[in-house]
Ligand binder design. Sequence first.
Ligand code: NAD
Length: 308
Amino acid sequence: MKKRALVTGGAGFVGSYLVEALLSKGYQVIVVDNLSTGRRENIPDACRFYQIDIESPKLLQLFAKEKPNIVWHLAALTDTSVSLESILHDLEINLLGTLNTLKAASQIKCEKFIFTSTAAVYGDTPKLPISENSALNPISPYGVGKLTCENYVRMFCDFYGIKYTILRYGNIYGPRQYQKGGSGAIPIFIKKMLSGETPFLFGDGNQIRDYVYVDDVVEATLKAINKGDSKIINIGTTKGISTRRLYKLIATLLDFKASPKLIAGRSGEIVNSVLASNLAKKELKWRPKTDIKDGLDKTVKWWKGIKH
Ligand SMILES: NC(=O)c1ccc[n+]([C@@H]2O[C@H](COP(=O)([O-])OP(=O)(O)OC[C@H]3O[C@@H](n4cnc5c(N)ncnc54)[C@H](O)[C@@H]3O)[C@@H](O)[C@H]2O)c1
């Protein structure tokens, strides 16, 4: 009998790639998504799709019916600026939604729970790259919420005897990442440059970020099926790139000549973030493969081929 994999947020950017990979590996895939930022066309017909909120009591009935073996919990409100504007909304989806998903998973005692966390749990850290043992000082409601969820995942899974892995992703990019609100420098830059508008950079544009290509992230996320039990693992490249340099790389690919506009930095935004990936190498036998120039090239080509 096919193993059943349930993906919350499976209609979203990362989730949709994960779903495709799980189907190609022969899993029966169940997607839970309210389509708030995800897209119906991202969900392959071979999946069983439930359009519901992760906070809904219906989630418990759904888990009882589908009895997934493995749960990937990706559904979240992912925009840091939205989390700052609407703290309670962030809490409702990211914290209460995660608690409800954990409750549903523990009720059926699934085999493994994989939680997608973020580099935002570290906040601003003077020493780069950031290892998993670094201080945890999130500076946005999104980061605080994800860190709290990590603790609930550990606590629930230990209590109910469920295996778990927590993955702290860097800045993911790639095709299918639509621009949502004010987050995601890469889709914002590409979209603006394609429409002839000059993008702006926050502060001096020298912030350093760790951009990791979506295919690499999905590979690591799949490896967590049978590796990395009870571990919290960074998924990044160990290489930082400044926002200014990122702008230049994208501008070159699009033959966009204008220099960026500079505007004041935003609160809640981390200045520098680069994730060490030694633990991922050791525990998941994973390392990122995609060079930023190749990843950006694929991403730009995708943007050129879609209506936006
Ligand atoms: N993209 C990144 O750079 C990045 C970095 C670090 C961590 N992450 C984490 O990875 C996960 C996936 O992120 P993404 O970039 O694919 O985001 P996304 O917004 O594309 O995907 C999130 C999905 O969750 C769904 N969703 C949101 N609220 C829901 C709710 N209440 N009930 C049901 N479904 C709901 C959305 O419709 C969407 O399909 C998130 O947990 C995010 O915090 C992403």
